[in-house]
Every structure is written in C-alpha cells, then in structure tokens.
Design a protein around this ligand. Structure first.
Ligand code: KG4
Ligand code: ZN
Length: 338
C-alpha cells in the first residue's frame, strides 16, 4: 500500500510517500522560517497562505522524486491536529479532497502520534512497549507506548512546552526566531559555572513538567548583568542545562516507575545536542537504549505522517465516508485508541 502524507500543522509544509514493502519513497519539506522571522514568531494567517502556495508544487516534487504517479496512491494521511486551525485546514481540505477525487481512503493523523512513530522509520526499531519523550514547540509529554494506537500519557507540561520555553527565552535574549537552535548555539560559548537555574517540579513526585517559570528567571538574571553577548551566552547555557536536566530527571523517573528501558525521543527539541549527550549518560547508567528519528525527522515533516497513516490505512482504518472535513486545533492524545 502506497500512502501520501501531508503535514501542515504549523510553519512547515511536509509531504512524503511511504510504501509498506519499500519504506519511504520520497519526502520534501518547505520551511516558513524566513516568513515569520521578521515577526519573532509564527503568524498564523501567513502560515496558512504559504501552505496553500506550497502544497501543490511540493506534491509534484515528491511524486517526481519517488517516480510514481498520483493515480498509483492507495491512501492519504494528513495532520488534522493539534496545531493552527488555518494551517491544519489546508492539509485537511487538500488531503480529503484529493482522496475523494482519486477515490481512495484518507485518514486524519494526530501530529504528536506522527512524532512518536517517527523513530520507527529507523533501524534498529524499538520493540513495544517503550517510553517516548515528546518534546516539540507545542507539547512536552512522557508516553508509555504499548503498541501502535495504545498510548498511556504518563506526564505532560502544565504550562509552556520545552520548545516554547526555548523560543520565548531566545526572544528575551534577543536571538530571534526560531529560537531553540539559536539559543543552543549561543550556549556553546557559555560559562557552565556562572549561573544555576532551577529544575522545575523535580522536587515533587510525578512526571509533569513546568517550564514557564524559567522565562522569568532568565529575565531577572539578565537584568542583573550588563547584557553583553557573553552574559547572554552564560544565561543560555544555564537555561538549556535546566531544561535538559529536568527532562532527563523525569525520563529516569519514568524508567523506574514503568520498568521500561527503551526510550524514544522525538520532536524538535530532540535535535538538541546537549539533551542527547545527557540522555546518553542516563542510558549508560540505567543500561537503557535510546532511539531517535534522524535529525530531519525530529522536527516537523511529512514522512512521519505518511508512516503513521500507513499503520492504520493498511489495516482498513480510515476517515468516515461523510464529506465533513475536520481540523482539530486542540486534540488530546488520550482519545487516540483507534
Ligand atoms: O516538533 P517541532 O518541529 O514543531 C512542533 O511540533 O512544535 O518542534 C519545534 C521546536 C521549536 O520550539 C524549536 O525551537 C525547537 O523545537 N528546537 C530546538 C532545537 N531544534 C529545534 N530546541 C532546542 N535545541 C534545538 N537544537
Ligand atoms: Zn511537531
């Protein structure tokens, strides 16, 4: 079965084709970073308009690179949520309409399920059950994955997501958008000994996260310096270290509580090198195994949506025949038991 995947939930248009017997045939990504940079963050209306502009040319590009025709597709998976309503509607409308025109099944995919399953595109693949740390711009979650479609939410952020905290803190430091990678780069020249930031919620039991307080901590710390580039680099280091340590402490706790030693890490912040370094240390001491999607599939992409969609469409699970098109900006993973 050959499945087209469409990702348009935020500021990246991602398209891919996944085939059961051959794996990923082709994928393409268009990032809108340049469009939003001038505004310091994603402007939803501009995001929607750009998805509309890019979706057809990207689809043509992916079909050409996979050397397959539109008529050879057997199913279409699109991100239906969570995300920006206008941006989601582009992928949902396009996916469902194309499915209708080609008379093939379509499926609404949960964006975070896409991230979660992206690691299964790599070898070695983790055996079920495993733990997943999902760290993106919109979500921070620890999930017990029993099988495809069987997810148990162990903990999540009660305020800002890890990526969101990176982005907002980067803005405070005057680093611009997208902030996460820029802050991580600046942290490389920071003095590890100068500042010590709190590790939120690690003193209490449980697996939830809270990152919004680190912003205020950053601002107060910054105001007590000359705000030089070195001051900012030292703060960037301390901020990153606090987020990374907090994530690692909760992963260790989740391993202890579940007895699981396979950990999948996905979502944009999964690209953070310091996080990877500290998780490797944890894996070493806990005799655990780590699984990451390749770097380009840590952040938003179409491949993870094509792959997630294939898992269900190949088992006959699809959208209803109703012509109603759904985009679900807020969508809890708890409702996913298909
Ligand atoms: O998963 P993703 O591409 O989009 C969402 O679903 O949100 O994640 C984007 C997030 C952004 O907040 C971005 O700043 C963050 O991931 N990010 C990073 C790094 N690369 C991307 N954060 C820290 N360090 C990085 N290297
Ligand atoms: Zn994402």
């Amino acid at each position: 079965m050959r499945v087209l995947g469409l990702e348009t939930s935020c500021d990246e248009t991602g398209i891919a084709i996944y085939e059961g017997s051959k794996g990923l045939l082709a994928h393409a990504l268009h990032t809108q970073a340049d469009i939003h940079a001038a505004f310091g963050g994603v402007v939803p209306e501009l995001a929607s308009r750009d998805h509309i502009r890019k979706i057809v040319p990207l689809l043509t590009q992916v079909l050409e690179s996979a050397e397959v025709s539109l008529n050879s597709l057997n199913g279409i998976a699109y991100t239906a949520g969570p995300g920006l309503i206008g941006a989601l509607l582009v992928g949902s409308c396009f996916g469902r309409s194309l499915g209708y025109a080609l008379n093939i099944p379509t499926l609404a995919v949960h964006h975070m399920e896409g991230h979660l399953l992206a690691a299964l595109l790599e070898t070695p693949t983790p055996h079920f059950p495993f733990l997943a740390l999902l760290v993106s711009g919109g979500h921070t979650m620890l999930v017990k994955v029993n099988a495809i479609g069987q997810y148990q939410l162990l903990g999540e952020s009660i305020d800002d997501a890890a990526g969101e905290a990176f982005d907002k803190t980067a803005k405070l430091l005057g680093l611009g958008y997208p902030g996460g990678p820029k802050l991580a780069k600046l942290a490389e020249t920071g003095d590890p000994k100068r500042f010590d930031f709190p590790r939120p919620l690690t003193g209490k039991p449980g697996l939830n996260f809270s990152f919004s307080g680190l912003k205020t901590f950053t601002l107060n710390t910054l105001r007590n310096t000359q705000e030089s580039l070195q001051d900012k680099a030292d703060i960037a280091w301390a901020f990153q270290e606090a987020v990374v340590d907090t994530l690692v402490i909760k992963c260790k706790r989740a391993m202890k509580e579940t007895g699981l030693t396979r950990l999948v890490v996905a979502g944009g912040v999964g690209a953070n090198l310091r996080l990877r370094e500290k998780l490797s240390q944890l894996a070493h001491t806990e005799k655990a195994s780590l699984y990451y999607p390749r770097l380009e599939f840590c952040t938003d992409n179409g491949a993870m949506i094509a792959f997630a969609g294939y898992q269900y469409l190949s088992r006959g699970i699809k959208d209803t025949d109703s012509l109603q098109i759904q985009a679900i900006p807020r969508w809890s993973m708890d409702t996913l038991q298909k």
